[in-house]
Design a binder for this molecule. Structure first.
Ligand code: LFR
Length: 519
């Protein structure tokens, strides 16, 4: 038995999970056990320029005599996350004695800047911060969007690292920066002292060549991005380094402790854990975001693919994650937060039960509209989207929840169909992995909307994929991605949903709803 610690950081919580690879009757399987969970979320902090001579930043407001307060920025509290990682490693060590490795994955694109002494210059800015508003168009004036897509294969999201770095131009922090490390790489560097850019996450920066998986240095250069910021690339599934002695002593681990690179982009790890038994599958990695797409051997860099804003992100073993970002459970999470703050009932199981009683497809919106990206009053934004498309805004809380779930399923339907037509690949089953697996209504709607069977599970997809890739790197497992999936699937409690379930609207109604939502 070997045990690995998978660090999996999501937008609303971080987890450290012990994954044991154990022998089962039909071969090895992975058993996961969470040892630490800690909250994560954005923190809004203003820039404060002190002294009478302090100059203000753009859009600054005067904060009083001798002080100027700039616009507030949304940050991640990365030291809190690092402490959660250390606490988790301590708990994992207490539980298993000796770990065979550590692997780290998190959301994509965000990064910490390090100065010439290797110190963190500030908290990583949250991808939902407004600093990138309008920046993609500014960048496209230098490198046209079509050229950028042909090269990097990346969807246009305002938060892509490339746009964040352009947005930061002219700031004191960027001027002092000597390295930019993506969040999992930053934490990995703190554990080991080794700074790298793991390829699956590097592919979300907008600065990685999608075809040969090296930095597109010329593109960075033309955009005025200092190419020295970009660390050496590493594939997933290799040794990053060993945990530094002082850190190891701190967490009480006596033996040398290797840190393995994994699919450090959480979606890449989640796709590894898809328990597919056949090649013609689509996946929905459903958490704060829903990532909907296919696994391919080569990127699709066509103009039609760009127009549909499909992304070609790097997967484990040279695969391509050809997918679309659907806004995901974020809209529901924010809705619950807003209700909670307003003192309204916000118990999810109750609301889901009530939503299941609302007639299907009463109101549907384009849930991927940019209006839903920043934090804020989602019910009001849903009402505005409904009014704009000539539909009745959802009135009750149950109707709001139903509108979100119907709209998500509608977006999944569109994304799966587009992925099939843009890639020329066939799809016979949809795998749902991640937290959304627990949302039975959403899974039923997904099967009905896509017209395909849905296999739901595992919930902890990213952590499972993280453990499987570590275990292979450590020599505990071997074989192809398909072999890892077989190991991962053993012992999972998977649930299957067929299209046309009771109370489901059926194909004709989904088509009609699509015409209403996307006008
Ligand atoms: C999901 C995810 C998505 C990425 C988004 C922002 O957690 O990693 O794949 O587009 O977060 O980083």
């Amino acid at each position: 038995m070997s045990a690995f610690a998978a660090v999996d950081l999501g937008a609303s919580s971080g987890r450290v999970i012990v994954g044991r690879v154990v022998d089962g009757v039909d071969g090895p399987r992975a058993a996961l056990h969470e040892v630490n969970r800690f909250p994560n979320g954005p923190v809004r902090v203003p820039a404060v320029v002190g002294g009478a001579s302090g100059s203000s930043t753009a859009g600054a407001q005067t904060g009083g005599p001798g002080a100027t307060t700039g616009e507030a920025t949304l940050f991640w509290d990365v030291l809190h996350l690092y402490r959660g990682v250390l606490d988790g490693l301590r708990a994992a060590t207490r539980e298993v004695g000796t770990l065979a490795g550590v692997g780290i994955d998190s959301w994509a694109v965000d990064h910490g800047l390090l100065d010439a002494d290797g110190r963190l210059l500030g908290n990583p800015v949250h991808y939902r911060d407004a600093r990138t508003d309008g920046i993609p168009d500014k960048a496209f004036a230098t490198v046209p969007a079509a050229e950028l897509y042909a090269r990097t294969g990346l969807q246009v999201q305002p938060f892509n690292t490339v746009f964040q770095l352009v947005a930061a131009q002219g700031t004191a922090a960027l001027a002092a920066a000597r390295q930019a490390l993506l969040v999992p790489d930053l934490l990995g560097a703190w554990l080991t002292g080794v700074p790298v850019a793991e390829v699956t996450n590097a592919s979300t920066t907008g600065l990685l060549d999608a075809t040969n998986r090296t930095w597109a240095l010329d593109v960075a250069d033309r955009l005025g991005i200092d190419t020295r910021l970009l660390p050496p690339l590493r594939d997933p599934g290799v040794l990053l380094g060993h945990v530094r002695d002082d850190v190891r002593a701190d967490v009480g681990h006596h033996a040398p402790l290797p840190v393995w690179t994994v699919g450090s982009h959480d979606t890449a790890s989640a796709v590894v854990a898809v328990p597919a038994t056949r090649p013609d599958f689509a996946y929905v990695s459903c958490g704060t975001w829903s990532l909907v797409g296919l696994e391919l051997d080569a990127p699709v860099l066509t103009e039609a693919s760009r127009a549909a804003n499909f992304t070609n992100e790097a997967g484990v073993d040279g695969t391509v994650r050809y997918l679309k970002n659907v806004m995901g459970l974020w809209v529901l999470q924010e809705t619950l937060r807003v209700w909670n703050e307003a003192g309204l009932p916000a118990d999810l199981p109750d609301l889901l039960a009530a939503a299941s009683q609302v007639p299907a497809l009463t109101t549907v919106v384009d849930i991927d509209a940019p209006a839903f990206l920043p934090p804020g009053d989602m019910p009001a934004r849903l009402a505005a989207a409904a009014a704009r498309t000539g539909q009745t805004p959802p009135q009750t809380q149950a109707e709001v929840v139903r509108c979100i779930l119907d709209s998500l399923a509608l977006a999944y339907r569109r994304a799966v169909r587009q992925a099939v037509s843009l890639s020329g690949r066939d799809v016979q089953v949809v795998h749902v992995v991640g937290g959304g697996v627990r949302n039975e209504l959403l899974c039923r709607l997904t099967a009905d909307a896509t017209g395909l069977p849905v296999v739901a599970g595992p919930v902890e997809g990213a952590a499972l994929g993280n453990v499987l890739v570590q275990a292979r790197a450590a020599g505990v497992l071997s074989g192809s991605l398909a072999d890892l999936r077989t190991v991962g699937a053993r012992g999972l409690d998977l649930r299957r949903y067929e299209p046309g379930g009771p109370g489901m609207p059926g194909a004709a109604q989904w088509s009609a709803a699509e015409a209403r939502a996307f006008v």
